[in-house]
Design a protein around this ligand. Structure first.
Ligand SMILES: NC(=O)c1ccc[n+]([C@@H]2O[C@H](COP(=O)([O-])OP(=O)(O)OC[C@H]3O[C@@H](n4cnc5c(N)ncnc54)[C@H](O)[C@@H]3O)[C@@H](O)[C@H]2O)c1
Length: 322
């Protein structure tokens, strides 16, 4: 198959491309390199079945493809809040352009939506029927309301134009190739611990998150794309940890001497977030397989290789090896 991955130079997209290329598909990656990096795709750049196009999806493009994985959109608050108008344009105009393409060439279209569509949820855990508690005028709304509109567009193209869609609601995902300075909780703690500076926990650290390792997530996306269910389907790890527990795990793994420092909670920071994955289990036969400690270990090792050696404190670099 010829498969288009928008946002394929980013964290999740590049892992997805690895899987698709390994399965001998022809892959086209569209990316404007806002948060994506060519390094993530280095091993495929000269492959005859791989094509990398620098393109901003807010502009239309014509391509012949069988499937579209639509991932292009900055995912971390630092990046999506840097230029909120651009973020909502990417979610609305970008998704419109990609749905238009899917309609024209009869491609199956998968939207990478997010658990953020549930906002600060009042029910726990969140199942796909829950309609969310989202602030339409908050700092996160360019992203969470943007994704809600993207879902609406996908379902309207499906109902009105018979576009074959799939909608995944992705919960916190982590792993190698996350950006070092994107403010996401896992990468933040790992970088801080490796540098030997205090790990910053917001509030009292009692807010919970669930963390899905990227290879599990990619497996879920591919099953959803190639299965018969439109969705939306939650993809995430239902194991719940407080942010403080995560900080302590990383502190113990990388740098037991590191300090944990508490700072004020940012606006609209959700208190609890945990997926109900009954749908993914029954429809896709999917559930996460990589335990947090193993996933963290792999992530720490990759960060350590990637980071400037001068920044990583020598004793802690050794601590990870054992
Ligand atoms: N990582 C997570 O925990 C998580 C959770 C929920 C949803 N998601 C969704 O999954 C998708 C991928 O997330 P990620 O973590 O890999 O993020 P990422 O920032 O690493 O990747 C996004 C990619 O999209 C590209 N991009 C952004 N705007 C673009 C535009 N206008 N035109 C073309 N390319 C553009 C970026 O350059 C980058 O390569 C996103 O849609 C995100 O909303 C991610």
């Amino acid at each position: 198959m010829r498969i288009l991955v928008t946002g394929g130079a980013g964290f999740i997209g590049s892992h997805l491309i690895d899987r698709l290329m390994e399965a001998n598909h022809e892959v086209i990656c569209l990316d404007n390199f806002y948060t994506g990096r060519k390094q993530n795709l280095l091993r495929w750049l000269n492959h005859p079945y791989f094509e990398l196009i620098r393109h901003d999806i807010t502009e239309p493009i014509r391509l012949e493809v069988d499937q579209i994985y639509h991932l292009a959109c900055p995912a971390s608050p630092v990046h999506y809040q840097f230029n909120p108008v651009k973020t909502i344009k990417t979610n609305v105009m970008g998704t419109l352009n990609m749905l238009g393409l899917a309609k024209r060439v009869h491609a199956r279209f998968l939207l990478a939506s997010t658990s953020e569509v549930y906002g600060d949820p009042e029910v726990h855990p969140q199942s796909e029927d829950y309609r969310g508690n989202v602030n339409p005028i908050g700092l996160r709304s360019c992203y969470d309301e943007g994704k809600r509109v993207a879902e609406t567009l996908a379902f309207d193209y499906h109902r009105q134009n018979k576009v074959d869609i799939r909608v995944a609601r992705i919960f916190n995902t982590y792993g190698p190739r996350m950006l070092e300075h994107d403010g996401r909780v896992v990468s933040n703690f790992i970088v801080q611990a490796l540098k030997g500076i205090p790990l910053t926990v917001y509030g009292e650290g009692q807010q919970t998150r669930s963390f899905c390792y990227v290879s599990d997530l990619v497996e879920g996306l591919m099953r959803l794309m190639n299965g018969e269910h439109t969705g939306p389907v939650n993809l995430g790890n239902p194991e719940e940890y407080t942010v403080l527990e995560l900080a302590q795990k990383i502190q113990y793994m990388v740098n037991p001497g590191a300090e944990i420092r508490f700072e004020p909670l940012p606006e609209d920071d959700p208190q609890r977030r945990r997926p109900d994955i009954t749908r993914a289990q029954t429809w896709l036969g999917w559930q996460p397989t990589i335990p947090l400690s193993e996933g963290l270990q792999r992530t720490v090792t990759e960060f350590q290789q990637r980071m400037n050696p001068a920044e990583v404190q020598a004793p802690f670099a050794q601590a990870i090896q054992v």
